[in-house]
Structure formats: C-alpha cells, structure tokens
Design a protein around this ligand. Structure first.
Ligand SMILES: [Zn+2]
Length: 347
C-alpha cells in the first residue's frame, strides 16, 4: 500500500508540475524538431563549387616564381601570377578594356621582376601591399567582397588578362624595366628626369589623352590662408606672406610636358614636385588661384605622371590598340617579350 501511495504522489507531481515547468508557448516547442530529426530528414546543403562562389585562378600554381609579399605584418609566399592578379585587380578598374588590363598585368609583372632583381624597400619580403611603397594588392576574399555579385565575372576577366600574358615583360636592352605607372596624366606624361631628376632612357615624356574619363582627373585643393602659411612655413620658415594671398604663389614655370617645373611661394623658389608633396596635390599639373579668400590649387591628372597612364592606356584600348602597342607607347624604346622569369631574376 505504501508503494502505491508513493506512486500516486509521483504521478500527481508529474501531471501537475511538468506542464508548469514547460515553456509557455507549446506551439513553438512542437515545431522545433530534435537535432537527430533535423540530421535525418534534411540533407546537408552542398558546398558551392569554386566557380559558383567567385574568383578562381586556374593554373596560378604553375607560376615560374614565388613572390614574398608583406601584407598586414605577415609575409605571404604567392605564385608570381597569383600576386599579379591581386595587383591588377587593385590597381585598375575591372571594367577597363581587356587590352588595358593586359598592359597593366605586364607592367605590374615587369615592375615586380625589376624589384626582385634589383632589390626593394624590404628585407624580409620582395614587395609589400602598400600602394604608397610598392604596389596595391588585395586578396581574393576582399575582392569578392568589393565586387559583390560581379566577383566571378571580374575575376575571370582579370585572370584572363594575367594568364594570357603570363611570363611577358617589358624589356629595355633585354632587361625588365622599372615599369612605373600612374592613374592619369594630361596631354603628356612626364619623364623620370622631370619628376625624379634622373635620366631613364625608357621613361620619357610622351603624348597621352582621353584621361578626362577618370573621376579624379580634375581636382581642387582649398586652404584657409592661415593653414596655407602654416603648412609652407613648416618646410620653409623664411617664406614671406606679407603681401596679398593672390601673390603668394608666383613665377610658375612649366616644363616641356606642361607640368609645373617650379614656382615661387612666399618668395621662396620651390620645385613643382615639392609643391605637390607639401600640399598633397594630385599632380604637378596645377594652377593657383584665390577663391572666397582661400588659396586654391586646381590640378589635372592624378599621380606622378611617369610611365604608363592607366586611363590613357584604357583610352588607347578603346581606340583599338593592343597591350603591346600601349606598353611600347608609354615605355620608350622597349619591347614586350615572353621571358623566363626564373633566369631573369637570380634566385
Ligand atoms: Zn613596399
């Protein structure tokens, strides 16, 4: 009898207490199947194949060289052509003409081979991913994010530009050149002598055009008079700004390419390249004016102006030029050839 009484108490407890302990919304509880049920009834979704998920670089592993790339404090070892893909994707809009993208691929490869051969700014790596130091580079995950739904199409287009020109380089007297490039010039590119003060046979000033297509082609940089004075005084304390703002920049002299060779600021003679550096101007192709009391530099073009103009290259491609013509145009006296990067660069 005692056992039966205990069982009855236990049953009562189960009947009355268990419902109280259950979640208040039985509908939700009933809809949620157990993990076992889920695993048995629902097949796992198939992982998307690479071609569906975005960027693939078939054959990149067959590159003739490996590049040590410093990216975010980490040194990556990348097949040469995979590295070039990341550079072209970062340095030129994927919407550009295929021949311009090919020219960019060959220029970037040549620049890299030149750095590998002649040494660069880094001990632990051949190049870095900083555009202000070496060349811009982006990994495929970040590119897929940047390109969104166009990732696969853009990736394939750029890989076509890279892989179809694999192992090709711009050569001067049989050697890979220092294939510098920039976003846009205006009318003419600049020579290495005009910008860096050193004669480089293949980096001469050449005619260029069609660069107005760049959203950064025209720019204005405006300075409050006090800021203008402070910035310049920090480099040249002797400058005299006692006169009117209009006269602060004077005696602007242009070089043969039409960029500013030099001028006077506050009576101090300064090279155009130095003015660009001090005031962070987009180019040395600048004019000075005063608007609403502020000092204004108006620039045309973007970048140092030496070597290949990227927007100029695209304009040439739109007019039917192929990548070899584009490269030979911007790099004077050069040839574009397939080489063996392994022997071009001592290991
Ligand atoms: Zn670097």
């Amino acid at each position: 009898m005692k056992k039966i009484a205990l069982s009855a108490v236990f049953l009562l407890l189960v009947v009355f207490l268990v419902p109280l302990l259950m979640p208040k919304n039985p509908a939700v509880r009933q809809e949620k199947p157990s993990l076992d049920q889920v695993l048995q009834s629902t097949p796992l979704p198939e992982a998307p194949s690479d071609s569906e998920s975005g960027i693939i670089l078939p054959g990149a592993e067959n590159s003739s060289l490996t590049v040590r790339l410093l990216a975010e404090d980490e040194v990556l070892s990348l097949p040469l052509e995979e590295y070039i893909f990341g550079v072209v994707a970062s340095e030129m809009p994927a919407s550009f003409e295929i021949e311009a993208l090919k020219a960019q691929a060959v220029a970037a490869r040549t620049y890299t081979l030149y750095r590998l051969k002649n040494g660069g700014a880094h001990d632990e790596a051949d190049v870095c991913a900083e555009p202000s130091c070496c060349k811009a580079w982006t990994d495929t995950a970040a590119l897929e994010e940047k390109w969104g739904g166009d990732g696969a199409v853009y990736g394939e287009k750029i890989w076509q530009a890279v892989s179809s020109t694999a192992d090709m380089a711009v050569l001067y007297e049989g050697e890979p050149i220092d294939a510098v490039f920039h976003s846009s010039s205006a009318d003419f590119t600049q020579s290495a002598l005009q910008v860096w003060g050193r004669e480089v046979e293949y980096l001469q000033s050449v005619k260029t055009g069609g660069e107005e297509a760049s959203s950064r082609f025209l720019a204005e940089k405006t300075f409050a008079p006090e800021d203008f004075k402070a910035i310049f005084h920090s480099h040249y304390p002797q400058a005299d700004f006692s006169g009117s703002t209009e006269g602060w920049v004077s005696d602007i002299a242009l070089n043969d390419s039409g960029a500013v060779a030099g001028c006077k600021i506050g009576g101090v003679e300064v090279a155009g390249t130095k003015v660009r550096e001090i005031f962070s101007l987009q180019s040395t192709r600048f004019e000075y004016s005063v608007k609403d009391g502020a000092a204004v530099f108006s620039t045309r073009g973007y970048g140092h102006g030496v070597g290949m103009s990227q927007y100029g290259a695209n304009a040439m491609a739109l007019e039917g030029a192929d990548f070899r013509e584009i490269l030979r145009h911007y790099y004077t006296g050069t040839e574009v050839k397939k080489i063996d990067p392994g022997t071009a660069v001592p290991g």
